[in-house]
Design a protein around this ligand. Structure first.
Ligand SMILES: Nc1ncnc2c1ncn2[C@@H]1O[C@H](COP(=O)(O)OP(=O)(O)OP(=O)(O)O)[C@@H](O)[C@H]1O
Ligand SMILES: [Mg+2]
Length: 261
């Protein structure tokens, strides 16, 4: 299973928001899209997921054109928006049951119930299953939002800043859950973040800067590529060169040849 983006270009309001971005995700990978605020992370997530298609370039899911076959392929794709949209007044298990009834109406009730139980277990929601969403911590609430998307057992899950607003411990534990999902189910999880912690849990890191792809590759080459001794210095380092220069240098790098060609 794979998701490949080629020369993804997005223009909005007469401005180029994404400049020919290449991307590749393989089964079992947890991928982080990083970069300063406004660099185009959410826009790229929309383009890769097919929910907000790019104006130019293409995305292929298992070799099939995602945009042309979106109606068929979208059931394989889960998308967790940045703002939680789960009903606050309901208890956790009711949220999952209701969503399962709505989205999986053609599946036998006992299979649906089994899916709800699996999601509760996978996301560590057993203890809070009878709690109302309104009384959950931010981290638990985010887990419910993720759980809602997992009910349909997507092969690719997208999440826009799932860990923003969480304290470092909750941030790490949610990222660990994503890593476990990719390992257990050989699925792909693609998250955006501008937080530079928990990077070690990612299989691939994609760094955007002013709408350009300036890094794509494993985490352990990130510091050397940007010649920094700590991940937190990468954003400052980016400002040392124009975005277009970072982009053209990256395209000539062995990273590009190894991980994106
Ligand atoms: N409808 C639009 N019209 C014009 N420009 C837009 C539109 N939507 C987004 N943009 C611009 O596109 C750029 C990228 O936006 P995007 O939301 O993808 O960034 P981001 O990296 O997700 O930022 P953040 O970290 O703040 O979430 C920003 O400069 C934004 O102002
Ligand atoms: Mg965003």
């Amino acid at each position: 299973m794979s998701l490949v983006g080629r020369k993804i270009r997005v223009e909005l309001g007469g401005k180029t928001i994404l400049h020919n971005i290449d991307f590749r995700a393989n089964a079992g990978q947890l991928i982080g899209i990083l970069g300063p605020s406004g660099c185009g992370k959410s826009t790229l997530l929309g383009a890769l997921s097919g929910f907000r298609p790019a104006g130019a370039g293409n995305v292929s899911y298992q070799g099939q054109d995602l945009y042309a076959n979106f109606e068929n392929l979208k059931r394989n794709i889960g998308f967790v928006p940045q703002d939680d949209i789960v009903p606050l007044a309901l208890r956790v298990e009711r949220v999952l049951e209701y969503t399962a009834e709505l989205r999986l109406f053609d599946i036998a009730p006992e299979v649906r119930r089994a899916r709800v139980e699996r999601v509760i277990t996978k996301l560590g929601l057993a203890k809070s299953r009878a709690q109302r969403v309104s009384s959950l911590s931010g981290g638990q609430r985010k887990r419910v939002s993720v759980g809602v998307e997992l009910l349909s057992e997507p092969t690719i899950l997208f999440a826009d800043e799932p860990t923003s607003g969480l304290d470092p411990a909750l941030e790490r534990s949610l990222t660990e859950s994503f890593a476990k999902l990719t390992q257990d189910d050989a699925s792909i999880v693609i998250v955006t973040t501008h937080i530079m912690t928990s990077l070690d849990l990612l299989d691939r890191v994609c760094v955007l800067y002013e709408g350009r792809l300036v890094y794509f590759g494993p985490v352990n080459e990130l510091k050397a590529y940007f010649t920094v001794d700590d991940y937190v210095h990468i954003y400052a380092r980016l400002q040392a060169k124009p975005a277009e220069q970072w982009r053209s240098e990256f395209i000539k790098s062995t990273l590009y040849a190894t991980y994106l060609k």
